[in-house]
Ligand binder design. Sequence first.
Ligand SMILES: CC(C)=CCC/C(C)=C/CC/C(C)=C/CC/C(C)=C/COP(=O)(O)OP(=O)(O)O
Ligand SMILES: O=P(O)(O)OC[C@@H](O)CO
Ligand SMILES: [Mg+2]
Length: 240
Amino acid sequence: MQRPWDDWDHVLKVDPDKDLVDGETYADVVTCGTDAIEVGGTTGVTEEKMADVVEACAEYDVPLYVEPSNPANVVYRGGVDGYLVPAVLNAGDIAWLTGVQKEWVRIDDDIDWERTFTEGYIVLNPDSAAAKLTQSDCDLDPADVAAYAEVGERMLGQEIVYAEYSGTFGDPETVAAAADALADATLFYGGGIHDYESANTMADHADTVVVGDLVHDEGVDAVAETVEGAKDATAATISE
Ligand SMILES: CC(C)=CCC/C(C)=C/CC/C(C)=C/CC/C(C)=C/COP(=O)(O)OP(=O)(O)O
Ligand SMILES: O=P(O)(O)OC[C@@H](O)CO
Ligand SMILES: [Mg+2]
């Protein structure tokens, strides 16, 4: 079945709790060449901040997805193409595997299931906000990560498995192991991508690379370089 993310080589994740660089607008951000925008962050995201960013990004012809970090920042607005809801496969506090999702489904009567998908996260940077919040076990070797990826796809039916190194560049060998373990699921990689080379390296293994802080720290020109790196890796794979 065709899925929205099948053609995404590059995703730009915009954090509603962070500013853009001076002189840049959300119009610049959305049109930087990325295949899709995800809006989300672990800490400091309120419904109001989420709604403001979603509204600012909604009027362009680039797929726009809300990635909530808790039930309070799911916003329903015209222009949103869908919802990517995390479930943390290696969470130490297992509330982050299905508990918060259960609570969300219990209290939210507006869930649009046709456009709601899940991401099976494997959180791998112990210093990230996401790891601390979910008490994720990040002490994993490539075989462990590969096994989590396989559990995510085969046992839990995840169509997206997300190797998440938020804030730091991850281990390509580990990402390659996760990629090898998946049959049809799409592998997202995120963390520390900051230039052509880092994007190109991870896009060699992952189906989709996610760039986050770079847009807030350096701006759209730097992000555009990462788009190029990701696209070149995909083109090289196709021509092999
Ligand atoms: C039930 C609903 C609607 C949501 C639950 C979603 C879950 C399980 C969240 C757990 C944490 C998580 C995986 C968040 C996803 C987004 C993410 C990792 C953003 C990046 O965050 P960081 O870069 O670590 O932190 P900052 O936002 O502070 O930069
Ligand atoms: O901010 P960075 O380190 O680019 O990470 C991207 C993304 O995976 C965060 O969820
Ligand atoms: Mg971040």
